[in-house]
Design a protein around this ligand. Structure first.
Ligand code: 13P
Length: 340
């Protein structure tokens, strides 16, 4: 694998008008999603659900890649085609979540450190054979009383850099995801400060470890009010502060930035991305999406575990994919929601 190949993959991930669909929920997380629609989380139900997401006709118009989970990358469509092969045939790049989860950070109550570095070189080699072109590692940063600590931010940045280096060594594009959670009652300005600290620590650590920034994708939270904050910043303020924070803390040579939705409603996540792209036509990197819940929620509800609903569920998913594809170009209009 040459750096040109890494560059091609990274560029394709954030190709104009396209983004990433995250379907890499771990087994405990997908169980929570299935509980919300009263569907049992069996291996076959998980396969059937991922099958409808992966085989959605026309999904490749707006989706450049999908992030899979270890179980999912080993599963196949109903006609027996391995999921990764089906995606590749449709021009969608398979990606893989490779961290093994956020665990309690020793000596730091209420903070998490993401694990998964042991044996990662060998696991990446296997995933590459299974067709993975890019990978994802998520670090969790929690806002609360006296947290996050610098220790937590730096330890997570260190793990992200070690993961990214292993990915690039084997020719897989690393998506580095430091997620500042939006569940607390903090103001948007506090979110700005913590996101700034997190990104600045991440990029200096990546540089220290000689990770090629030009062959890396950043997956980040938006700068946004905490969910429990009594004053909620509006769409324009979220867009402005997010872009300002990124311009200040993200090197211009980075291949691209994609956002997680983090618990925002599907429509708001689209409106925020759209405002950023509408107001800023000459940013150093493409701004796109890598949503899980904000793409899947309407589809999951429409499916409800019933195979008769597959077509309706796929239409709901395609609608969100299209809205977000347009938001990448600043061409989304909320009227599209009424029309749908
Ligand atoms: P959400 O968009 O649901 O936050 O999920 C994205 C993701 O992949 C989190 O790691």
């Amino acid at each position: 694998m040459t750096t040109t190949e890494l560059e091609t993959i990274a560029k394709m991930m954030v190709a104009e008008g396209k983004g990433i669909l995250a379907i890499d929920e771990s087994t405990p997380t997908i169980k929570k999603r299935f509980d919300s629609i009263n569907v049992e989380s069996t291996e076959e139900n998980r396969r059937a659900y991922r099958d409808l997401l992966i085989t959605n006709p026309d999904g490749n118009k707006y989706i450049s890649g999908m992030i899979l989970y270890d179980e999912t990358i080993r599963q196949s469509t109903s006609d027996g085609t391995p999921f990764a092969e089906k995606l590749t045939n449709d021009g969608i790049m398979p990606g893989i979540k490779v961290d093994t989860g956020a665990k309690d950070f020793a000596l730091h109550s209420n903070e998490k450190i993401t694990e998964g570095l042991d044996g990662l070189r060998e696991r990446l080699a296997e995933y590459k054979n299974l067709g993975a072109k890019f990978a994802k590692w998520r670090a969790v940063i929690t806002i609360g009383k006296n947290i996050p600590t610098t220790a937590c931010i730096d330890a997570n940045a260190h793990a992200l850099a070690r993961y990214a280096g292993l990915c690039q060594e084997i020719g897989i594009v690393p998506m580095v995801e430091p997620e500042v959670l939006m569940d607390a009652d903090n103001t948007i300005d506090l979110c700005y400060n913590i996101t700034e600290k997190t990104l600045s620590s991440l990029f200096s650590t990546l540089k220290n470890q000689d990770v090629s920034i030009a062959h890396t994708i950043l997956k980040t939270n938006m700068v946004i009010s905490g969910k429990q904050c009594p004053t909620q910043a509006n769409v324009q303020e979220v867009a402005e502060k997010t872009v300002q924070c990124l311009l200040k803390n993200v090197p211009s040579e980075l291949a691209g930035i994609v956002f997680l939705s983090g618990g925002q409603s599907a429509e708001l996540a689209t409106a925020h991305l759209n405002a950023m792209n509408q107001n800023n036509k000459d940013l150093p990197w493409p701004l796109s999406f890598s949503y899980g819940r904000a793409l899947q929620e309407p589809c999951l509800k429409a499916w409800g575990g019933n195979s008769e609903n597959i077509e309706t569920a796929q239409k709901a998913l395609l609608h969100r994919e299209k809205c977000n594809g347009l938001a990448c170009k600043g061409e989304y209009d909320t009227k599209m929601e009424d029309a749908a």
